[in-house]
Design a protein around this ligand. Structure first.
Ligand code: GDP
Ligand code: MG
Length: 818
């Protein structure tokens, strides 16, 4: 809780002072130090300022200042102190396990924010510290939004937030704005500024802005291994002294140096580190004069929130930053600040013949070069010779495309061919289990639920785990090595033909894994219209949840042309995406010409640990989905098809005679009357179950493709998650023998009509339908969230489903000709 929330007479203990350095210093000099008791005395009539009693004297603070002082109610503080002194009693407290943070002393919680350029290893660091499995990748813009994790170390709890990468703190791209707002609203106790040695000059630019902010900070010199391998030598301790910010080298991909980083964070938090001091990134006198004039007005206006230092705000005002402007617009002297700013900008531009942002950044780079000249010898860039050689090949006009196509082909080949072996093992395990249950369990609804509902549904989908893992292995490799960034680069021209640019290609490739993170990753695209188009065409990229359907149907109906059919399906998805993009650019969004800026990071060999971690987290997600939405959907589908129950007497005579009359003669003769009865009852049961009614109601919609009501139901259920299509078919197409695989149930002739339920033409058309129709619920939600409007999700739902219907119809009509 904050000091401003105390009521008259209440007593509390100071746990933290937030805000910029100069503010912290001033309040600490007033006596607000950690562990000190403070009592609220009186609210002034207008509630500002507020009077407090501190030790034996009274002080008054403005509400805006009291808001930046964190306190803990006195009783709670004492409780925490006792608990910390006698940890053995605390461990028996049942509450401590489920809400540990509530019961920890507040001054032992350190809130840490990771800030740095894209691709400097923030997420790797976050993962290794917090044990999380966030997505890392060797290209800009992998982390979108903030991820929070927590870890206990040396009696402290670190709450760590992984922020998106930024080059500076202006309001240019969505990420920068996000980080700016984060720093404004949340007040992290310590900022960890992650920088990489291979490009210190550019990385330190952000550092200079953070220094202007005057917050508690540690610099993490990551990828120290690259520095060691190069011929360059950096005296990082001295650099830390020069900047007034401790520098700690780490190798986030292996975890080397992380403990030292945490130790340093504690030291900085406890204000025990010797290197910490506030420096000014000095600029030319012409600039400094302007900064000082604006800064002085801000400093003397106490209505300005103490979240940012006046110098930082002054610099941002001179740069014309809209966020800083918005922040100051509520203060008393806003008009005065603006007038001073306008006058100074005019003067500086007249004196320097240069615009202010350019002059400021030139001076900051000058500062950085100076600092590096003193501390660094040699150049890391020599290291990157290998990168240049590989790039000459993979981004060349001649080989770039063929190499990319080979990689893609290898990826799909491995997914479907290599994946089929472990798939068979899991398949036989599943049928072994269902055989066991079939033999040893007494007949009844429970057995039916287990066999037809759960194993039929979930078992039918779980076998595709290996395929999905292999696909993710390839995607992670492409991301982590840095190849993905090259792909974006070589695809730029092609993407321009669609009215997009290279950056849009990465979300499309990621879509092969799952459309949800792919849609989130479109945040790297600055232009709004390009971003919207990339989002809307993403569902046409066939995600891994659709693999089970293809593997099932292709395996059953096109065992010999498997690879070709897969390839054509994926290709169809891409063609539809391309055409849709072109149409949208033509008729919906105007052309835009954002120039293509995408950096090519040096190639890096991904660690086994990082890849394994990525794959495990995918497997985990997949299994979670099995246990969650797919299990629930399977049980619901089963129940809807199982109830209401019918007895033979309830089946109308006409139904019995019609069904038997429809049967081919030779089938009829094979069966005993009891067997015939059982078949008829089973057919009636399914057809007149709740699900049968629903399916029949919707069936006319897909009548032209002759899908039948069971497949109609599977399509409806697939809107929840595409895997559910297969699990629904597993539940609905019950074979004669419970241990039969779904594929056998689909291909073998039905005991009633003598025809198999699926034909190759139907299967093909069905796959096209599933490829294109409504995105799953999670994807629709992602579209709505990322576009900030349900309109686009609704568009996606209708457009995709209509298109799916039309193309599936055409496919079916053409296929039955053969
Ligand atoms: P972020 O964009 O800042 O979150 O960066 P990521 O955590 O996604 O990492 C970018 C790339 O750098 C990944 O390929 C990581 O495997 C790699 N990486 C991270 N830390 C290190 C390190 O200390 N040494 C080396 N050689 N590579 C690293
Ligand atoms: Mg990241």
């Amino acid at each position: 809780m904050r000091l401003s929330q105390l009521k008259p007479g209440e007593k509390a203990v100071v746990t933290k002072i937030l805000g910029h350095g100069a503010f912290r210093k001033r309040v600490m000099e007033m006596g607000f130090v950690r562990g000190r008791e403070v009592t609220m005395v009186l609210n002034a009539p207008l509630q500002d300022p507020i009077k407090y009693k501190l030790m034996d004297y009274e002080v008054s603070l403005r509400r805006s200042e009291a808001e930046l002082i964190e306190v803990e109610p006195y009783e709670q503080w004492i409780l925490h102190k006792n608990r910390a002194a006698h940890p053995e009693t605390a461990s028996h407290d049942p509450a401590s396990s489920d809400n540990a943070e509530e019961f920890e002393p507040k001054d032992r919680i350190i809130n840490v924010a990771l800030i740095g350029n894209p691709n400097c290893g923030k997420t790797s660091l976050f993962n290794i510290v917090s044990g999380a499995h966030e997505h890392v990748g060797n290209y800009a813009g992998v982390t979108v939004g903030a991820k929070a994790g927590t870890v206990k170390y040396k009696g402290y709890r670190f709450n760590i937030v992984d922020l998106p990468g930024t080059y500076s703190l202006s309001a240019y791209s969505p990420e920068e704005l996000y980080v700016m707002r984060y720093l404004n609203q949340e007040m992290p106790d310590v900022i960890v500024n992650v920088v990489v040695a291979s490009n210190l000059e550019r990385n330190l630019y952000l550092t200079t802005e953070l220094i202007d902010m005057n917050r508690s900070m540690v610099i993490d010199l990551n990828m120290y291994d690259e520095l060691e391998r190069s011929k360059a030598v950096l005296d990082y301790e001295n650099l830390g002294k020069l900047l007034g910010v401790p520098v700690v080298p780490t190798k986030a991909s292996t975890g080397w140096g992380v403990d030292r980083l945490l130790d340093t964070i504690i030291d900085v938090y406890e204000m025990k580190h010797n290197d910490v001091r506030h420096i000014h990134v000095k600029m030319r006198p012409e600039l400094e004069k302007g900064i000082t004039r604006v800064k002085d007005i801000i400093k003397n206006d106490h209505s300005v929130p103490a979240r940012f230092s006046p110098r930082y705000l002054a610099i941002k005002m001179l740069e014309g930053d809209p966020e800083a402007d918005a922040l100051l617009s509520r203060s008393d002297s806003y008009k005065e600040i603006r007038d001073a700013r306008d006058a100074e900008v005019q003067r500086i531009e007249r004196d320097l013949k240069e615009d202010v942002p350019a002059a400021i950044s030139a001076d900051k780079y000058g500062f950085i070069q100076g600092a590096l000249a003193e501390t660094m010898q040699g150049n890391v860039l020599e290291e990157q010779k290998t990168t240049r050689i590989i790039d000459a090949l993979v981004t060349s006009k001649l080989f770039g495309f063929p190499i990319f196509l080979c990689v893609m082909f290898l990826m799909f080949w491995a997914t479907f061919q290599l994946g089929s072996y472990p798939m068979e093992w899991i398949e036989s395990l599943v049928s072994w289990i269902s055989g066991l249950i079939g033999k040893h369990m007494a007949d009844g609804p429970l057995k039916d639920l287990l066999l037809d509902g759960i194993i039929g549904g979930v078992g039918g989908v779980i076998v595709f785990l290996p395929n999905i893992l292999i696909l993710y292995f390839f995607i992670s490799m492409m991301e982590d090595t840095g190849y993905m960034a090259r792909v974006a680069f070589i695809m730029d021209k092609v993407m321009h033909k669609m009215g997009l640019h290279g950056k849009s290609f990465i979300p499309l490739v990621m879509g092969f894994g799952c459309n949800v993170p792919a849609i989130m990753s479109t945040r790297i695209i600055e232009s709004r219209s390009s971003r919207l188009i990339t989002i809307l065409i993403n569902p046409f990229v066939s995600c891994s949840a659709r693999i089970p359907i293809y593997v099932l149907l292709v395996g059953a109906f096109f065992p010999h042309q498997g690879a070709l059919v897969f390839f054509c399906l994926y290709l169809l998805g891409i063609i539809v995406a391309v055409l849709t993009a072109r149409l949208m650019r033509r008729f919906w969004f105007k052309a835009d010409e954002t120039p293509f800026v995408m950096e090519l990071p040096p190639y890096r060999i991904p660690t086994v640990k990082a890849i394994a971690r990525g794959m495990w987290s995918k497997a985990h997600q997949y299994l979670n989905k099995m246990g969650g939405i797919i299990l629930v959907a399977s049980i619901i589908i089963w129940a809807l098809s199982y109830f209401p129950r019918y007895e033979m007497q309830q089946v109308p005579e006409s139904y019995v005679t019609n069904t038997i009359a429809e049967m081919p003669a030779e089938l009829r003769q094979e069966k005993t009357p009891e067997q015939l009865d059982a078949l008829v009852l089973n057919a009636y049961q399914q057809e007149y179950s709740i699900l049968g009614h629903i399916g029949k109601f919707m069936e006319p919609v897909v009548e032209p493709m002759e899908y039948g009501w069971r497949t109609t139901v599977a399509l409806l259920a697939g809107a929840a998650a595409k895997e559910v299509v297969v699990s629904t078919m597993g539940v609905l197409y019950v074979g004669e023998d419970d241990a039969d695989l779904i594929s056998e149930r689909l291909t073998s002739p039905s005991p009633i009509t003598g025809q198999p339920p699926f034909t190759p033409a139907k299967a093909l058309s069905f796959m096209v339908f599933v490829l294109l129709y409504v995105p799953c619920i999670a994807t629709l939600a992602a579209i709505a969230r990322e576009t900030e409007s349900w309109k686009y999700a609704a568009f996606s739902l209708t457009y995709n489903t209509l298109l799916a219907w039309i193309l599936a119809f055409i496919t079916f009509r053409i296929a039955i000709l053969f």
